[in-house]
Design a protein around this ligand. Sequence first.
Ligand code: DGL
Length: 307
Amino acid sequence: MGLGFGGLGFVSQPSAPNSQSPNLTAHRLQSRFVNIGVFDSGVGGLSVLREMRRLMPNADMTYLADQANVPYGPRPLSEIQTLTERGARWLVSRGCDVVVIACNTASAAALGHVRGIFPSVPFVGMEPAVKPAAIATKTGVIGVFATAATLKAARFAGLVDRFASHLRVIEQPCPEWVECVEKGGTCDAVKAKLWPVLEAGADALVLGCTHFPFLQIEIDAVIAEFGIRNSKFEIHVIDPGPAVARQVMKVANSHSGGRWLVEAQNLASLPASLQKNTPFFTTGDAVKFESQARALLGWGDIRAYGV
Ligand code: DGL
């Protein structure tokens, strides 16, 4: 657990002191920029990657999806640990300087483990954003939507103890939502899982799985339908993606050995040739991944490779 970051949606090691301001007004453009590895069981980590790309247009990013083994959620923690170690090893062997475990389930099962195995690599992991939800709620009821593995991990129990022991926390495992995002198309299971949590009075909803921000339109539609009939309170949906991206940027700046990142505010002054594409890799079917990623990200130019 990183010092002082608990419950915000990300888990990071404390940064090394950084003499370089990350808020650049003039950039040093060098031949090799920091390379950030991003790992998920499937396409969910793309919800974090899109936020990272917005903030860091000139960073090299390498995405690995373990789609041969998705979903991770129903698997035992020991198996998730083995799979995550394999993914992290592959990203490190490709020269990634920083690795983002863009998966709550893999982070819950294996973040400490991979940090032990690769002590010189900074890892940023994810955890359900219980703290912002605890701050936002007016009803005293929060809903956490995640995989079964995330909800049963000790890390989650620790978050609830620290930040929400005075609240009612409704844990809602949603394996169907992961399946919907991997398959594409509409998802009837959104209403089935969300409605009872709203009926129980939850007004702060934590998206504790990186696949779920891709269901935002359906989630908003259910909240709107519920709100018309019932709610007296504003309902907050907490996607930790933007906070995780900011944390990755801080860590990458601290550890990039002078290979500075350029923030989005400076994008206009960055030559187009230095705005990077991301190579995508999957243990599943690369052609299928390309069409999934194009649909989810809305980017035209996506190349995926099988590993
Ligand atoms: N995207 C993953 C997460 O954030 C999990 C999906 C799965 O079950 O593989 O937890």
